[in-house]
Design a protein around this ligand. Structure first.
Ligand SMILES: Nc1ncnc2c1ncn2[C@@H]1O[C@H](COP(=O)(O)OP(=O)(O)OP(=O)(O)O)[C@@H](O)[C@H]1O
Ligand SMILES: [Mg+2]
Length: 412
């Protein structure tokens, strides 16, 4: 039987299960199951039974299409309960010896040993950079000589309760959680180029529940933030202003929505059926655009605030990559460019092989990223990831941020 990797993106709007065979050259998608999500609000479980049913339906679809039984999956996590801190870890290197993988592990462990508040757990520890005997910005210390190895790590934590609820929902659907992976890290893996990651870039994943940011600099993750404004806020605004049902507002947004009023013909109209009125009403497309513009501007002002707060605003030479279903709104890219004052592109999964046509959209960046990161984690640990999550966590971090790109191939 072929080796499999499964990604399960549990979003606020949709659940997407993707099954891929691991082949020598790449992953090959053999099954996809997309279902509307239920029981999730802003990335947090609000109704565990409904969520579990929706997950189950998505998993069964992917099973039917692929012919495989899905036992375990890499699962996305997002939401307001995520937070992150930077931390340093130090370890001494015995004389007459160069830095080994074990030493790097020890430094990472020390960085991880910060006081994590009660009720939170570590999701990822990503090494940002190393220093050796005070020499800063060492990218890959293995094989180098020194006495004191320091690592600067980015530590991402999540609420234990939120993770436990999500885990229960997935496991009630009959799927074991291989590892939780933070949403924008997975999305970044699917859409960024190595050059962008090196030059400095911010991934902005605009979903149905939240907008998730990840800043990549020098090839690795330096900062992550969750902003509680997303595509569903735009839909809610339309519901309130035009007084139509959420369902109608969603389809109006998809059909007539534009974030730049100037781009819309001032005479163009569409017909809706407002609440409490017996007759249909004509709405100007430009008025709809004014409603959308206000919310989208608010979103990117918040994004800018967070980028500035991170202190890395001067380091994003490759600009911003927008992704997630919400990034497809007409005019969004232009607004992002004018508020963020940096180059902006829309990112969607590329280089897909297999039955992947339905996945070539920004809505599925996380799902594909889960597969790619899952594959790296599996090969990094060389074992089942659940057997030793700490080891895997560190190995993944190194592999993800540093080793995969910077260690020469002829290493031991
Ligand atoms: N073509 C489109 N134009 C504009 N908006 C769109 C389009 N397609 C989807 N959206 C919006 O994208 C949002 C859903 O995005 P996505 O599928 O990435 O969410 P999700 O992953 O389920 O949510 P989250 O990651 O926040 O938990 C919805 O608000 C939807 O209205
Ligand atoms: Mg999402």
């Amino acid at each position: 039987m072929n080796e499999l990797v499964v990604g399960l993106d549990v979003g606020t709007n949709k659940i997407c299960t993707v099954v891929a065979e691991v082949r020598t050259d790449d992953i090959f998608v053999v099954g996809v199951g997309i279902e509307p999500s239920q029981g999730m609000k802003k990335g947090i479980v609000s109704d565990i039974n409904s969520l579990s049913r929706a997950i189950s339906a998505s998993v069964h679809k992917a099973e039917r299409m692929s012919g495989y039984e899905i036992e375990r999956a890499f699962v996305s996590v997002a939401g307001n309960h995520i937070s992150s801190v930077n931390s340093r870890g130090v370890t001494g290197i015995p004389t007459q010896r160069s830095v080994s993988m074990d030493d790097v592990e020890k430094a990472m462990e020390a960085a991880r040993a910060i006081a994590i508040p009660h009720g939170r757990e570590v999701l990822h520890v990503v090494p940002r950079s190393f220093s050796l005997d005070g020499q800063e910005k060492v990218r890959s210390p293995i094989g180098m000589h020194g006495f004191r190895l320091e690592v600067e790590a980015h530590i991402i934590t999540a609420s234990s309760t939120s993770l436990a609820n999500l885990e229960q929902a997935v496991e009630s659907a009959g799927v074991f959680v291989d590892r939780f992976i933070l949403n924008p890290l997975a999305s970044g893996e699917a859409i960024l180029t190595d050059a962008e990651r090196d030059m400095g870039v911010v991934v902005i994943d605009i979903g149905g529940g939240t907008t998730d940011l990840a800043i990549f600099i020098d090839g690795t993750v330096w900062h992550t933030v969750v902003i509680p404004v997303s595509g569903s806020h735009v839909t809610n605004d339309i519901t309130h202003v035009i007084r139509i049902s959420a369902e109608d507002a969603e389809s109006v947004k998809l059909k007539y929505g534009c974030a730049i009023p100037k781009k819309v013909d001032s005479l163009e109209t569409f017909i809706v059926q407002p609440f409490g009125e017996g007759y249909p009403t004509e709405i100007k497309r430009r008025d709809l655009a004014l409603v959308i513009e206000a919310r989208v501007e608010e979103l990117f002002e918040k994004v800018l605030q967070e980028i500035k707060r991170s202190g890395y605003d001067g380091l994003l030479r490759a600009g911003a990559v927008l992704t997630g279903g919400g990034s497809q709104l007409d005019g969004l890219k232009e607004i992002a460019e004018s508020i963020l004052q940096m180059p902006v592109r829309i990112g969607k999964p590329e280089r897909l092989t297999g039955m992947a046509d339905s996945l070539k959209s920004p809505s599925f960046s996380t799902s594909i990223g889960l597969l790619r990161m899952g594959l790296m984690m599996d090969s990094a640990s060389g074992q089942n990831t659940q057997d030793n999550p700490t080891l895997n966590l560190n190995l993944w971090g190194m592999l993800q941020g540093l080793f995969r790109r910077f260690i020469p191939d002829d290493r031991e």
